[in-house]
Design a protein around this ligand. Structure first.
Ligand SMILES: Cc1cc2nc3c(=O)[nH]c(=O)nc-3n(C[C@H](O)[C@H](O)[C@H](O)COP(=O)(O)OP(=O)(O)OC[C@H]3O[C@@H](n4cnc5c(N)ncnc54)[C@H](O)[C@@H]3O)c2cc1C
Length: 475
């Protein structure tokens, strides 16, 4: 029992990491009579890899058939698609079009179609060059046919994490921010976790630490996989480019990466990316000159007119790639510990299915699930998608609350009412990044040049008026 402080707060389940995976697991556990704590190193949910991805709700057509990832992506696609409709998370069913650019890629299309079928996705269709060009008139020279993947969709990744967390919070799940787990001691009652805010005891432990899942697994005396951050850089083009394509334009994937695609976002922009470079530093989320140059080269070929459009932003995210071709989800019943590692390039889509799978593992290891407490409330998320009725254009909402009629960020048309909601709700924004993910404020073409001063002062004023209640482990 060395290192165990018996006065430390105790929970039935502790989850390390408040990314999309940790929050989905918290939400799933919230429907049972369990005390659950989510320990997160940063100051907000979804502040790691989950905030910087390509935001595609994948059908899983190109997964490795028979893999755990394949089954969880397929199931997650259905679950998250339905949940998004329920919670008001923006989704657009754009469909995807995988384009072959030479004879070799064209010859690979039947194999990709067969692979899709093996992954349980039977709706693909091989298209001739003419059919591809009729659909997407702005594609560059050299198209050699394509594969239609009608189910591929785009989603708001930020609202997804927030919705999971808010639903968990609605029935009392504790989120402890700025709380990095630096040590784990196992004892006969479960675990004692060391954090800068003091120790936490739990009966069951889930490692959903993303890029650090291998490191946390090491703290639990395992050495089953090594995470190598795989950096993906992306370019966000201005909204005027949105009309250049109607669906997600995919390349023929390789064994390492899905490749560089051009995808619409639910906010009305176009994305070009991501790259795929293995690096050492799990904090290296800056974009690079070389990466952006490679993207522009790829973009020039796929959609030449895109390069005439203005760039709104650049960003990079890091995939938790490992030395394995599949997710690294393992339970260790003798430690009451489940590792949910190596959730690489599909974790947003698979998140709800991963949560289901992890809870089933916990049950088979002996966790008793008791129903009967208050049911978690599916939150009604602020409409961030361009295809949704945004607050500034919602006459009924404005009639009830005039602050929805007062626009502060003009590029993204974010209202004073939305900023107020984001700073004062059940999971309040406490910094600009968190506010951007909740509202889109400052994400537009001026990147806050015109509205930053007002947004920052509102954030400061509202934060001071609403003390944060979600950081204490001892409450
Ligand atoms: C470029 C790119 C494009 C992608 N595109 C897509 C896509 O289109 N569709 C899709 O479905 N998926 C996509 N993904 C994958 C998806 O984003 C990830 O699989 C998913 O976000 C992983 O979530 P996570 O919760 O495992 O990790 P994270 O979001 O990184 O969360 C882990 C959390 O753990 C915390 N943490 C780490 N160590 C500790 C510790 N010791 N103590 C406390 N907290 C700790 C971190 O701070 C972090 O917040 C993409 C990824 C990238 C990088």
């Amino acid at each position: 029992m060395s290192g165990v402080n018996v006065d430390a707060p105790a929970y039935d389940v502790a989850i390390i990491g408040a990314g999309v995976v940790g929050c989905a697991i918290a939400r799933q556990l919230a429907r049972y009579e369990l005390s659950v704590v989510v320990l997160e190193r940063s100051s907000d949910v979804g502040n790691g890899t989950s905030k910087a991805n390509t935001a595609i709700l994948h059908t899983g057509f190109d997964c490795v058939p028979g893999s755990l990832e394949s089954s969880l992506v397929k199931r997650g696609y259905e679950l998250l698609g339905a949940y998004a409709d329920e919670a008001g998370i923006a989704v657009e069913r754009t469909g995807g079009l995988l384009v072959a650019w030479d004879e070799e890629q064209s010859e690979a299309l039947p194999g990709l179609q067969e692979k899709a079928s093996k992954n349980g996705y039977h709706q693909t269709r091989i298209l001739s060059t003419e059919e591809v060009l009729n659909r997407e008139v702005n594609l560059g020279q050299g198209v050699r046919g394509g594969l239609e993947v009608p189910g591929e969709s785009i989603i708001c990744p930020w609202s997804t994490v927030l919705a999971y967390a808010r639903e968990a919070i609605s029935v009392g799940v504790t989120f402890a921010f700025n709380t990095e787990v630096t040590g784990v001691v196992f004892n006969e009652d479960g675990q004692c976790l060391t954090t800068p805010l003091g120790n936490v005891r739990s009966s069951w432990l889930i490692n959903a630490a993303g890029l650090f899942s291998g490191q946390v697994d090491g703290l639990c005396d395992h050495d089953d996989f090594k995470v190598t951050p795989r950096r993906g850089e992306l370019i966000v083009f201005d909204k005027l480019s949105r009309g250049l394509i109607s669906s997600i334009i995919l390349p023929v994937p390789t064994s390492r990466t899905k490749g560089v695609l051009v995808a619409p976002t639910v906010y009305g922009n176009l994305l070009l990316g991501p790259t795929a470079d293995d690096i050492d530093d799990p904090f290296a989320t800056a974009t690079t000159e070389q990466g952006i140059a490679r993207l522009l080269d790829a973009g020039r070929k796929v959609l030449p007119r895109l390069l005439d459009e203005e760039v709104t932003a650049l960003y990079a995210g890091l995939r938790a790639a490992t030395d394995h071709q599949d997710y690294q989800i393992r339970s260790h019943p003798n430690q009451s510990y489940v590792c949910v590692g190596g959730i690489r390039s599909t974790g947003l889509t698979a998140s709800m299915a991963i949560a289901e799978y992890v809870v089933a593992l916990l049950v088979s290891d002996g966790l008793e699930l008791i129903e009967g407490g208050p049911l978690p409330k599916v939150p009604n998320m602020s409409p961030l998608g361009e295809m949704q009725l945004r607050r500034y254009e919602d006459g009924d909402a404005i009639a009830v609350d005039a602050e929805y009629g007062s626009i502060i960020c003009h590029c993204e048309r974010v209202t004073r009412g939305e900023i107020r909601d984001a700073c004062t709700g059940d999971l309040p924004a406490r910094d600009i990044g968190a506010l951007r993910r909740r509202t889109r404020a400052m994400n537009g073409r001026c990147q806050g040049f015109y509205c930053a001063a007002e947004v920052v002062s509102l954030l400061a004023e509202l934060s001071a008026a609403t003390p944060a209640t979600l950081t204490g482990l001892t409450e």
